[in-house]
Design a protein around this ligand. Sequence first.
Ligand code: L34
Length: 293
Amino acid sequence: MIVLDGKKIAQEIKKEISEEVKTLIAQGKPAPHLVAILVGNDGASETYVGHKEKDCKEVGFRSTVLRFSDSVSQEELLLEINKLNTDSDVTGLIVQLPLPAHISEEKIIESINPDKDVDGFHPVNVGRMVTGLPTFVSATPDGIIELLKKYSIETSGKNCVVLGRSNIVGRPMANLLSQKAYPGDCTVTVCHSRTRNIKEICAQADIIIAALGSPEFVTADMVKEGAVVIDVGITRVKADNKNGFRLTGDVKFDEVSVKTSYITPVPGGVGPMTRVALLKNTLKAAKLSKSQF
Ligand code: L34
């Protein structure tokens, strides 16, 4: 069994990105600038955005976090996004999810300029991804693809089971793995809350991508000997330590890992790869941006 070291791979890719940033700057171009909108005080979102800020600094990007209280109106957010959409000093723009219930995530995502949508959530970019056109692929699926590639994991003709059908992970992941590409060329099954015989379906899988947000859902009896298991879940579960919680994946790591050929840990697996995929998209946006060239 090999533990896929997302943290290490992300570090290597960050080094490559920082070299590219140095080249841009040597050419007299501005450093890429990522703006993140953060609404409310969700502890996990604070942590993730904090990490993203630090990552930007590490590779030489500029970054700005715009904070709003959870009582902010949808109109106010839309106005801010409109300003950023046309601000030539802003390369990439993300709105950290989830948003408070009174704000429509769809409306917010649709309002982002697709050329700055480095999360790859805008329908234009999702459509381009689905049809196999160059685009910003959403960060978590892109990070997983990169991880499979770095470890040269065979995917062609494999049975892949994706657990979860969210717009930001399950659906794009299923689509990418079914595309004619490497990594890809899989036969993909998407399971969700209404799926029957989920255990039996998982037990047939060569590759399992667990993205339900349900702690330790995947148990050893659901996993075939030699399977590849990618754990996207990262739930804060109450614990008796200084934080008051521990991070728990969607996979029962101890009992599942011994059956697998490759498995991602939580933390240190998919999370750091998600963040580095965002950096790659922001660099791509900078290179494509007309206003900066
Ligand atoms: N708009 N919203 C938008 N874009 C995204 O790409 C995200 N996502 C998801 C939640 N909402 C979003 C993230 O950024 C999940 N996510 C994310 C980002 C980073 C990490 C995990 C999830 C991460 O850094 N994980 C670390 C541990 C972090 C910790 O200490 O809590 C890890 O090693 O897994």
